[in-house]
Design a protein around this ligand. Structure first.
Ligand SMILES: NC(=O)C1=CN([C@@H]2O[C@H](COP(=O)(O)OP(=O)(O)OC[C@H]3O[C@@H](n4cnc5c(N)ncnc54)[C@H](OP(=O)(O)O)[C@@H]3O)[C@@H](O)[C@H]2O)C=CC1
Ligand SMILES: N[C@@H](CCC(=O)OP(=O)(O)O)C(=O)O
Length: 428
């Protein structure tokens, strides 16, 4: 039987006070969490996985409520697919919790040591970030992935999921909290925002000194809000305007297969290719765009790209900065690597960019000169994923320039402190 959801009621419209109260409870819980051992935290997560399985019926019923409301309000098939839970997906979520429980505890890892000539011994030791606020889209698995990664790394989490997933998130959170509480994790270690009012998101972003880090995971509307309101350090997990550049030396079959996969495997995820750049000296551009068109993708392009296939219509200036998240692609034929690098520098959102080439000089320059969180050679941008990178799970893909870039999992949720051991040294 599901326990009552552990979120606080939200009778207030004073969102600053609400966030302060959540953050104060989170801080106290985080301090207790910080004293829990690796074994205790892992046991709490296994207990949470058990509770998620035990409360399957309640969780799926809550999800069906969200799905029905989503269908009623005309959510697209892609959004409904992200929202949907079923037995297999729920089992996947519970297994991911167990996988995170089995990962080594990052807290306490000694990153470096040094001994100074005066005898001082220095070490840098990994510690939790503290209280982390996460704002994310209507994808219920993120509620659990984000919560368990935070807890495994000794952090408290305040979660603000997308409004379409509100019932699913409450049911998932209730199971998680119940499972973890059985093994001594304080309830406030993971709190769900008790209101969907967007003003409360603004208050979260302004809670400097109370929340240590915010992870915003979403698209344009969220970006704007973050840019206007953020006073708390932000680890941005934002849109993916991902490019693939096909160099003259690319293997034609590889170029075709990778490009089709990068665009069409799942068009709605942030790692999907949105712009294809083709070197004017690549001889098989027509085949590549034809395969993408035949797979059901609409294609717009610059003048030279339009000459490759009559089905390609003219791109507008805004297309080069558009994340379609649907079967639509912009294609530009460019005058070589320098042009491609220039286009990517101007239009990439810093998520994932790819080169297809068999020329080492080209691939090395691309790897070194493209300044995105993930840079790939001869592989699909759809590999941008914590699970695919062997991290167990992910909060998402960090698109900014801070210490944690690309898929963020346990390490990205920690910082470090210097520990200094002396024998009575004084500074001259
Ligand atoms: N880098 C990454 O790891 C990932 C990035 N994404 C990106 O997310 C986008 C798709 O997500 P989408 O479904 O559009 O999600 P949105 O960006 O619309 O929403 C994400 C979250 O932000 C909130 N939000 C949005 N706008 C505002 C605002 N103005 N003020 C306060 N809160 C706001 C939403 O709340 P509300 O419920 O009120 O809408 C929701 O909780 C794509 O751009 C995709 O690339 C997606 C997954 C991973
Ligand atoms: N990085 C993961 C998640 C991508 C993701 O969350 O996308 P979305 O469906 O937009 O929320 C993946 O590649 O499956």
């Amino acid at each position: 039987m599901t326990q009552q959801t552990t979120t606080k009621p939200a009778p207030t419209t004073d969102y600053t006070a609400l966030i302060s109260s959540l953050a104060k409870d989170a801080r106290a819980a985080q301090m207790r969490l910080a004293r829990m051992s690796d074994i205790e935290k892992a046991a709490a997560l296994r207990s949470a996985a058990h509770a998620l399985r035990a409360q399957k019926a309640d969780i799926l019923a809550a999800n069906e409520k969200d799905m029905a409301a989503g269908r009623e309000s005309g959510l697209t098939d892609a959004l409904l697919d992200r929202l949907k839970l079923d037995e297999d997906r729920l089992e996947g979520i519970a297994s991911a919790v167990e996988a995170v429980a089995g990962l080594p505890d990052p807290v306490g890892e000694v990153l470096s040591t040094d001994k100074r000539p005066n005898g001082l011994e220095l070490s840098r030791v990994r510690v939790p970030v503290g209280v982390i606020g996460i704002i994310y889209e209507s994808r219920p698995n993120v509620t659990i992935d984000a919560a368990v990664l935070c807890v495994r790394a000794g952090n408290a989490a305040i979660l603000r999921g997308g409004s379409e997933a509100v019932h699913s998130n409450r049911a998932l959170h209730a199971a998680l909290a119940e499972g973890m509480a059985e093994k001594g994790v304080p309830e406030a270690a993971v709190q769900l925002m008790p209101t969907q009012e967007r003003e409360a998101v603004g208050a979260m972003l302004k809670a400097s000194g109370e929340i240590d880090m915010i992870v915003p995971r979403g698209g344009k509307g969220l970006v704007e809000r973050v840019q206007n309101d953020a006073r708390v350090p932000v680890l941005a997990h934002l849109d993916g305007i991902c490019h693939t550049y096909i160099d003259a030396s690319a293997d034609p079959e590889m170029a075709r297969e990778v490009a089709v996969n990068a665009k069409m495997r799942r068009t709605g995820i942030c790692g999907a290719m949105e712009t294809l750049l083709i070197d004017s000296d690549f001889a098989n551009g027509e085949e590549v765009v034809s395969a993408i068109l035949d797979a059901g993708c609409e294609v717009v392009g610059n003048e030279a790209a339009q000459a490759l296939d009559s089905r390609i219509s003219a791109a507008q200036a805004s297309d080069w900065d558009t994340e379609y998240l649907e079967p639509k692609l912009s294609v530009a034929v460019v005058g070589g690597l320098d042009d491609a690098l220039e286009h990517i520098a101007r239009h990439s959102s810093g998520h994932t960019d790819v080169v297809i080439s068999s020329d080492d000089k080209v691939t090395e320059r691309f790897l070194n000169e493209v300044d995105s969180a993930i840079v790939m050679v001869n592989a699909s941008s759809q590999f941008a994923d914590g699970g695919e990178f062997g991290l167990g799970a992910e909060i998402g893909i960090a698109t900014g320039r801070l210490h944690a870039r690309g898929p963020v999992a346990l390490e990205g949720l920690t910082t470090y402190k210097w520990q200094v051991r002396g024998t009575g040294q004084t500074r001259p």
